[in-house]
Write a protein that binds this ligand. Structure first.
Ligand SMILES: C[S@@+](CC[C@H](N)C(=O)[O-])C[C@H]1O[C@@H](n2cnc3c(N)ncnc32)[C@H](O)[C@@H]1O
Length: 254
């Protein structure tokens, strides 16, 4: 993707914020346990900036654990959805490449499904600046298990039909630069699954940036074909989606 295409995709979410909040997967509760284990501190009472908070899916989980979490989000549409659903969550308009916070003020900076939208050469130094000594940058992504035949077939259909289809296997590319900075880096993979309806699979797809930027007629015809293909595999309309959460915790050295 060119820088321009990346920017168009990164800014596409506002138009699909309601669909995003309704159908995107949340994260397994073990993720919070693992973050506590790898950072060596409880989330309860920790000052957390959840950057690229979107509609607040991860922000709400962190807050429920007792973290003092502020949502940071550049997209007005996503921020509006977050505020409508969770008005109690402090929300700041901001970008991971230029965090609007003072030096050494956060215990944790989290990016749920969002760090790949930043420029690591800017967002990593920004995180280091804003983290307290011993604080941690916490990056995670939900990834579908593409080895399952129905998911492999879906991917083949989408990549043939949509010019900007992409799968996020980019995690290594965006986390690898952490090694050049004063961090102690830990990685974990956590497997989990969810059961949803075919209609929610379609809503989830609708909230992907490669659908959000597609021309409307193309988007609707691809989604209609996808619905029909899914109903052939899942005639009762219920789908089990297997995920792994790819987690990187980078603890700032003192
Ligand atoms: C895939 S969504 C993730 C939302 C949420 N964290 C979640 O877990 O569902 C990616 C979010 O990153 C935001 N984003 C895009 N560019 C960004 C940047 N440079 N810095 C911070 N967030 C960015 C988008 O507006 C969008 O809300």
């Amino acid at each position: 993707m060119t820088d321009y295409q990346l920017k168009v995709h990164a800014e596409s979410f506002g138009a699909v914020a309601a669909e995003y909040d309704r159908a995107r997967p949340s994260y397994p509760i073990e993720l919070l346990d693992t973050i506590e284990e790898l950072t060596g501190r409880p989330l309860k009472g920790a000052t957390v900036l959840d950057v690229g908070a979107g509609t607040g899916i991860a922000t709400r989980l962190l807050r429920a654990r007792g973290a003092l979490v502020t949502a940071v989000e550049p997209s007005p549409g996503m921020a509006a959805q977050l505020h409508a659903v969770s008005p109690e969550i402090p929300l700041v308009k901001g970008d991971g490449n230029e965090l609007p916070f003072h030096d050494a003020t956060a215990d944790l900076i989290s990016y749920a499904q969002a760090f790949h939208w930043t420029e690591p050469d800017r967002s990593i130094p920004e995180a280091l600046r804003v983290l307290r000594p011993g604080g941690a940058l916490v990056l995670f992504w939900n990834l579908k298990d593409r080895s399952l035949p129905w998911l492999a077939e879906q991917e083949a259909r989408l990549s043939a039909a949509l010019p900007s289809y992409h799968y996020y296997g980019l995690m290594n590319a965006v986390t690898e630069p952490l090694g050049r900075y004063p961090f102690e880096v830990h990685n974990r993979v956590l497997r989990w699954e969810r059961r949803i309806t075919v209609e929610d699979v379609i809503t989830d797809l609708r909230s992907k940036s490669y659908f959000a930027v597609a021309e409307p007629a193309l988007r609707e015809s691809v989604l209609a074909e996808e619905r029909a293909a899914l109903l052939e595999v899942f005639p009762d309309g219920e789908v089990t989606e297997p995920y792994s959460v790819d987690l990187t915790v980078a603890v700032k050295r003192d």
